[in-house]
Design a protein around this ligand. Structure first.
Ligand SMILES: Cc1cc2nc3c(=O)[nH]c(=O)nc-3n(C[C@H](O)[C@H](O)[C@H](O)COP(=O)(O)OP(=O)(O)OC[C@H]3O[C@@H](n4cnc5c(N)ncnc54)[C@H](O)[C@@H]3O)c2cc1C
Length: 546
């Protein structure tokens, strides 16, 4: 990469409306809202969010939250499943924090009003791929995220937090390398805003919108990662994009997800000829880790010359399906598919970004005053492949940790902002190139990659980055600039890693190469060239045999 603007918008901070907070939280999904509730005791909290408060990936989550909550389970067993799914790149320390602190936060979520499915006074626990036991709490069958978001929004509305909706945060404001808040603008009027804060927590979620097919809603354009990188933070694990194996194969953008829990309850994957194929690919069959199931579907569809496979739960009684998966059942019906009678057509789609802004276990990004948690961050909990239902758990555990770190930062005095945040005004009028970018990502930086395709895509993204420095206070212009930067970073990381591991598959390097690549790939904004990466060694995990 040879070009990186420090700012994506041209704003004179002196003339912008200024809001002052102790703690600024960008994003209102599970990570941002939980962090806000935990941070409220440290000072004045402001939550800024791009659309209305309950918009983001969180309300779309179906399957649930994984946590060791029953006597047959333990944090050690959860750790083992997470590390195995992560294909050797999980940080053991980060996973340990996740699985040991997770159960307490799930109980706290219940205390805050989230109503999970119960049988008498016992939580009903679901099973998903690569989990050794049933450990997934869920709500209203398959509407877990909606319930989590509802409960957290209700609490935040009652807490002492200010919520600014429909505000796009564009850049971090820094003084001598210390983050002092952010600059943004009203998404409807374009009015610039200077959001001053002693601690800024990025909780902006993922980046599925970089792909032409994704489960992620429109707000997931990777803004937080681009913003942090421009401000000097490192990014890590970006080559690991999770493609969920089973999105409903109908013409929708974003795609509707058919939760992993459907396979957990016994659904089988069948190819065009009606044959069950997963046992040929992995002994765990339909419940193998997501990357394995995704590539198997890709291969089967290619081999049989079709664009989907079938997910068959018809052996299940109708009542059980309607009770466990009411939303999925209803949505399939709306598309003319009665899943109790016939299999559901499914195909993989971009779903989750394992990588993100590199943070330590206290959510510090390396830019003082700037913290990150949730899907935007890379703590190392997911390694090369996220274990199903670990993401909302990550939002809770690291949301709470980010709040604690923000509390410490609040004790510092904030320096005066001397400079203005400025980017060159856009030279040309905004041209919408997002669909081209998305198609390039899907075709070249998708499920199966090659050096040639990655290099070609990277060159295009870099061109776009130069042409489309946003400048304008307009949501789609800022998002496109962020998408171009992040697309270039993902393609760069995927090109650098010359092996296949977890969700990153290179047909020109099909084997895992532990001798050369047993580590976390970090990209740094300095120096701004192709040498700006390093491999942080990560210890391989040897699972215990039972
Ligand atoms: C269909 C679907 C099903 C899933 N199912 C599960 C599941 O069962 N279990 C599980 O653990 N995980 C699941 N996941 C993943 C999980 O939902 C997400 O990883 C998690 O909810 C992310 O939470 P978050 O708080 O980090 O981000 P999000 O919930 O995505 O929230 C991001 C927030 O940031 C805001 N934002 C973004 N950019 C800006 C900006 N520039 N300015 C201001 N605000 C901004 C957005 O508006 C939004 O409020 C699923 C995801 C999807 C899409």
């Amino acid at each position: 990469m040879s070009f990186l603007p420090r700012f994506s918008v041209a704003v004179d901070l002196k003339s912008a409306t200024t809001e002052e907070f102790d703690i600024l939280i960008v994003g209102s999904g599970v990570a941002g809202l939980y962090a806000a509730l935990k941070a409220a005791r440290y000072g004045r909290v402001g939550i800024v969010t791009k659309e209305e408060i309950a918009q983001g990936s969180t309300p779309y989550a179906q399957g649930g939250i994984a946590a060791a909550l029953c006597p047959q389970d333990s944090p050690a067993m959860h750790l083992q499943d997470t590390m195995v799914a992560g294909a050797g790149l999980c940080s053991r320390e980060a996973v340990s924090a996740l699985v040991t602190e997770g159960p307490g936060h799930v109980r706290e979520l219940i205390h805050l009003g989230a109503q999970f499915d119960m049988e008498g006074d016992r939580l009903v626990l679901g099973k998903e791929g690569a989990h050794g036991v049933r450990r997934i709490v869920h709500a209203q069958g398959d509407a877990t995220g909606r319930e989590v978001e509802r409960a957290l929004v209700e609490q935040v509305r009652n807490a002492d937090c200010e919520v600014l909706e429909r505000v796009v945060v564009a850049d971090a404001v820094t003084v001598d390398g210390r983050c002092c808040g952010a600059v943004g603008f009203d998404a409807e009027t374009g009015e610039p805003l200077h959001l001053r804060a002693k601690a800024t927590i990025l909780a902006t979620g993922g980046a599925g919108q970089l792909y032409s097919t994704t489960t992620n809603p429109s707000v997931c354009t990777g803004d937080g990662i681009a913003l942090a990188y421009r401000a000097g933070a490192k990014v890590a694990d970006l080559e690991f994009v999770q493609f969920h194996p089973t999105a409903l194969a109908v013409d929708l953008f974003p795609k509707f997800l058919i939760s992993e829990a459907v396979r957990g309850e016994g659904a089988l994957l069948l190819n065009e000829a009606g044959e069950r194929f997963m046992p040929r690919y992995d002994a765990r069959a339909e419940l193998a880790p997501r990357d394995i199931v995704t590539r198997a579907i890709w291969e089967e569809a290619r081999r049989t010359g079709t664009d989907h496979v079938q997910l068959d739960l018809t052996a299940h009684p109708l009542d059980a399906i309607r009770e466990r998966f009411p939303m999925i059942y209803q949505t399939c019906l709306e598309h003319g598919i009665d899943m109790a009678v016939r299999p559901i057509p499914v195909y993989p789609t971009a779903h989750y970004l394992m990588g993100g802004v590199k943070t330590d276990l206290r959510c510090h990004t390396g830019v003082e005053g700037l913290l990150a948690c949730g899907e935007v961050a890379c703590t190392g909990v997911h390694g090369a492949n996220r274990l199903a239902s670990n993401s909302m758990l990550e939002g809770l555990v690291f949301g709470a940790r980010a709040a604690e770190s923000a509390g410490t930062l609040c004790r510092q005095e904030l320096p005066e902002v001397r400079t203005h945040s400025a980017a060159p005004r856009a030279q040309a009028a905004f041209t919408d190139c997002r669909d081209t970018l998305r198609q390039l990502m899907w075709d070249n930086v998708g499920i199966v990659r090659s050096g040639g395709g990655l290099a070609r895509a990277l060159a295009k993204f870099e061109e776009l980055l130069v042409l489309q420095t946003a400048g304008e206070l307009r949501r789609e212009a800022v998002e496109q600039a962020n998408m171009a930067l992040l697309a270039a970073l993902i393609a760069r990381a995927a090109l650098v890693r010359q092996e296949s591991r977890g969700a990153h598959y290179r047909e020109d390097y099909p084997e895992t190469d532990g001798a050369n690549w047993q580590g976390r790939l970090e990209l740094s904004p300095v120096p701004l060239d192709e040498t700006a990466w390093e491999l942080e060694p990560e210890q391989a995990f040897a699972p215990e045999r039972d």
